[in-house]
Design a protein around this ligand. Sequence first.
Ligand code: ATP
Ligand code: SKM
Ligand code: MG
Length: 168
Amino acid sequence: MKKKNIIFIGMPAVGKSTVGVVVAKRLGKQFIDTDLLIQEQEKKLLREIIAEVGEDGFLKIENQVNRDVDVENAVISPGGSIVYCEEAMQHYKEIGTIVYLQASYQTIKQRIRNPKKRGVVLREGQTLKDLYDERCVLFEKYADIIVNEDQCEIGDTIENVLEELSRL
Ligand SMILES: Nc1ncnc2c1ncn2[C@@H]1O[C@H](COP(=O)(O)OP(=O)(O)OP(=O)(O)O)[C@@H](O)[C@H]1O
Ligand SMILES: O=C(O)C1=C[C@@H](O)[C@@H](O)[C@H](O)C1
Ligand SMILES: [Mg+2]
């Protein structure tokens, strides 16, 4: 593999963070959850930031934090809204392999009971289905690898990711 960073993208609750940390451990890489970097920088919870500065204000912060991630051998798990941050996504394309964790709308809906409470960047009047359809186009645009996890236990998802990465 030429670029040693791995970046997970996908819908909120698809498992970027939970799968990411295990993949990092299995591959001997550092793990970075950029949602935590955002919270650390802003000294607030994600949903508090969104409540204070709105969706666009949050995306600006998310873009800046992710754009500034400077690592060489890490697994990076950003939040689901990262695909709206063009500059950060360009940066990730340059420094690593982008893995899209894909799941059906039904799977995502079951996992996210309350999108607002989870801090999902959902605009006024936008449904979770609207968001799913809008983001899937972007996930596919940026992905180097797509791993589907429908009907998978979390352990299967991890093995499937590792197998796909080993093919590179
Ligand atoms: N097959 C599976 N693959 C991944 N996660 C699964 C699977 N089945 C169940 N889960 C569960 O789904 C949840 C995924 O949550 P997680 O916080 O990792 O998502 P995320 O993609 O990081 O979301 P966000 O965009 O909000 O950061 C976890 O509770 C995990 O245990
Ligand atoms: O998918 C989203 O819109 C988000 C997911 C979270 O991980 C956070 O990055 C934030 O709450 C936005
Ligand atoms: Mg996460």
